[in-house]
Design a protein around this ligand. Structure first.
Ligand code: GDP
Length: 693
């Protein structure tokens, strides 16, 4: 019989899950009343279980959207919190505990929250109803309950008691109805009393005649009337609380049946239940056509948007995940084909050539005797020793570690780039995972690779054989490098000039050179002083320092610093030109003379080191990494994801989330529309039958 309510409650739940918007609202019963008016007791009597939070400390702080689902023929009774996903709760003590926790999660400073708690109760003993329990009105405000709280609760209730909702105004029989905030609120938004049911609790606390006159209330007549109940269960009940309660209530009204058993008076929880079912069914029936219109409109809009924005293209979280992973793998493959031996060789060679330049600069170019090198005799021990030292500095500098590290760094930065590419910019966690197993793979290969490289270059630490061709190549490369270095010197010098100003820089340089000469003279003077008298007198030292002070005022230290740099660059350029000429000279035509041409010799070694290192890095590190990475993508990303994670991943991407949301909204509206069409048809059939009958 109550088919419509049941179906519409189902529809209501679906609509609530798409949005809480005003147009798609189906009626519900809203329970309002003062604190301690017996609101919870009434609700529990309807449900037949004790499950609401009790206590004096403002226990209901959030609206509870209570959906009762009648399950005829079933044995089990249980509650469910769809927002929490905790599954079926057969123990109503646990339901109560959960409600207490969810209410207490609202901080004391806020006191009430508008966020409703959804609770569904499935039972063969409940009617199909939707009820919304609201925080009780408070009368007096005290220190713990400020005036603002009173207003806050009133505003919250006002929001819920709007049409098409049915208002269940709960008042205690022993409190003057004129003072009932529930009735006052109802009168405001339902002045004709068309959708308000009055529930008078605690009938046992007033004499029967008084009770009856309260129920006949003529000061504020309600179209749906007042119903009197007694909802206090007797003390010391064991077993079924509800049946004890109902027996208690029945016994009470029975004992006053002369007063209460009259046509214009309604009493008892059972009556209340029936009333609620009937009223809700009628209200649902009235709402049917308007909700059909509203859903139809929303559906058309959703369909239109889906067509316009996505050209009706459907997307699933799964397909999105698959596409994203494919694009990662594709980008990786692309990178792997472009990053082969030649690229690794280039990286390693560049690093080692730089090291050669550093060694030359340190050991040769800053050697004051460098000008004498070309004229030194072939067995000059100084230069022979030096070339050995320089090549050892290169070969014994931890080539295995540094070349492997270099390639690892290049790989990591490229992988970083891949992991940051679309769509992974939306998925920081996945990006982190990718980087973490990338570095894990590389780390696991690091030691073997660097040991291998170090082992295979070992011979070069003791002896390097050089063919004529290798030598010629080495000379050519080192000339090229030195020319590049020279270019850089020139560039830096000219940018210094631009920064400081040509004239100013020149002046500062001249000053520095004078100073140097002066310093030389001063050293000389100090030496003389030392020779003459053993040590400088105070006065002599003072005069020297004073001179310093005067001169320094002309140039600020920053400019002098630049001038020093310029001087250094000038000297370096000079040496480089000189060394380029040396490398191009007859002396450097043969490897026999390697001690005269350290730049070329070190370059030949660097090339040999590069060749060997790259060979092993390629085999031990690169190939292994390229092979393993795609497999780890499958193992660590794809196979690990459950349905929930797949959805979460898809929703991290805002455009995809929007797409999924609209699609889901459209699907749900279509589902609702199907269900509604069936109901409309059934309703029409029934009306037709009624007419004929
Ligand atoms: P709420 O704050 O409005 O939810 O009120 P409760 O349902 O918690 O009830 C407040 C107090 O009134 C409790 O101590 C109940 O036992 C008591 N109470 C509720 N209904 C009745 C009733 O019908 N008769 C009597 N005598 N007491 C009741």
């Amino acid at each position: 019989l109550m088919m419509l309510t049941k179906k519409l409650i189902e529809i209501r739940s679906i609509l609530l899950s798409i949005d809480h918007n005003e147009t798609l609202k189906l009626p519900s019963i809203v329970v309002v009343g003062s604190q301690s008016s017996g609101k919870s007791s009434v609700l529990e009597a309807i449900v037949g279980h004790e499950f609401l939070p009790k206590g004096s400390n403002m226990v209901t702080r959030r609206p509870i959207e209570l959906t009762l689902i009648h399950t005829p023929g079933e044995d089990e009774e249980y509650g469910e919190f769809p927002q929490l996903g905790l599954g079926k709760m057969h123990d109503f003590k646990k339901v109560q505990k959960t409600l207490v926790d969810m209410n207490m999660a609202v901080p004391d400073t806020e006191c009430v929250s508008e966020q409703p708690i959804e609770l569904r109760i499935y039972s063969p003993n409940v009617p199909d109803l939707t009820l919304i329990d609201l925080p009780g009105y408070i009368q007096i405000s005290n220190k713990n309950q400020p005036e603002s709280l009173k207003t806050k609760i009133e505003e919250l209730c006002e929001k819920y008691i709007r049409g098409p909702n049915i208002i269940l105004a709960v008042c205690a029989a022993n409190v003057d109805l004129a003072n009932s905030p529930a009735l006052r609120a109802s009168r405001k938004c339902d002045p004709l009393g068309l959708r308000t049911i009055g529930v008078i609790t605690k009938m046992d606390l007033v004499p029967a005649e008084v009770g009856a006159s309260v129920l006949r209330n003529s000061d504020y007549p309600l179209h749906l009337g007042y119903i009197g109940v007694v909802c206090r269960s007797p003390e010391n009940v064991t077993g079924n609380m509800t049946s004890a309660l109902i027996r208690n209530e029945e016994a009470f009204f029975q004992s006053h049946h002369l007063v209460y058993n009259q046509r214009d008076i309604q009493v008892g929880t059972a009556t209340l239940r029936h009333k609620l079912m009937n009223v809700l069914e009628q209200s649902m029936g009235r709402s049917l056509y308007s909700i059909v219109d509203a859903v139809q409109q929303e559906l058309e809009e959703a369909r239109y948007q889906f067509k316009v924005q996505y050209n009706d293209r459907r997307v699933t979280a799964e397909s999105y995940v698959a596409e994203s992973i494919d694009s990662l793998k594709h980008n990786f493959k692309d990178f792997a084909t472009r990053f082969g031996k030649p690229q690794v060789r280039h990286e390693v060679r560049t690093m080692l050539e730089q090291r050669v330049l550093d060694i030359c600069a340190e050991q040769y170019w800053s050697d004051p005797k460098i000008a004498e090198l070309p004229k030194a005799s072939i067995d000059d021990i100084y230069w022979l020793y030096k070339i050995d030292l320089a090549s050892a500095a290169l070969t014994k500098s931890g080539i295995g570690r540094s070349t492997t590290q270099l390639v690892v760094d290049v790989l990591m930065s490229n992988m970083e780039r891949l992991a940051n590419a679309d769509p992974f910019s939306f998925h920081p966690d996945t990006r982190k995972k990718v980087m973490s197993f990338t570095s894990e793979i590389l780390r696991s290969k690091f030691l073997t690779t660097s040991d291998q490289v170090e082992n295979t270059i070992k011979p070069y630490k003791y002896e390097v054989e050089v063919t004529d061709m290798e030598w010629a190549e080495g000379v050519k490369r080192s000339v090229g490098l030195l020319e590049k270095e020279l270019d850089m010197c020139d560039q830096m010098a000219s940018s210094l000039k631009n920064a400081v100003g040509k004239k100013k820089l020149k002046g500062a340089i001249k000053y520095l050179l004078d100073q140097e000469r002066e310093d030389g003279r001063r050293q000389e003077r100090l030496r003389q002083i030392a020779e003459e008298g053993g040590s400088a007198t105070e006065e002599q030292l003072f005069s020297l320092e004073d001179e310093d002070a005067i001169k320094h005022t002309f140039y600020n230290p920053k400019i002098l610093e630049k001038a020093r740099e310029a001087l250094f660059l000038r000297d370096r350029a000079m040496i480089l030109k000189y060394r380029i000429a040396a490398l191009k000279s007859r002396q450097c035509k043969s490897a026999e003379n390697k001690q005269y041409c350290p730049e070329a010799f070190l370059n030949v070694i660097a090339e040999k080191l590069t060749y060997t290192a790259v060979m092993f890095i390629q085999v031990e590190l690169l190939n292994e990494f390229f092979f393993q990475f795609p497999r780890e993508v499958d193992n660590r990303l794809v196979y690990q994801m459950n349905r929930r994670q797949i959805l979460q991943f898809a929703r991290e991407n805002p455009p995809i989330q929007k797409h999924l949301d609209l699609q889901e909204r459209k699907n749900k509206l279509e589902d609702v529309m199907d269900k509604l069409s069936y109901l409309v048809k059934r309703q029409a059939d029934r009306q037709a039958r009624a007419k004929m009958g």
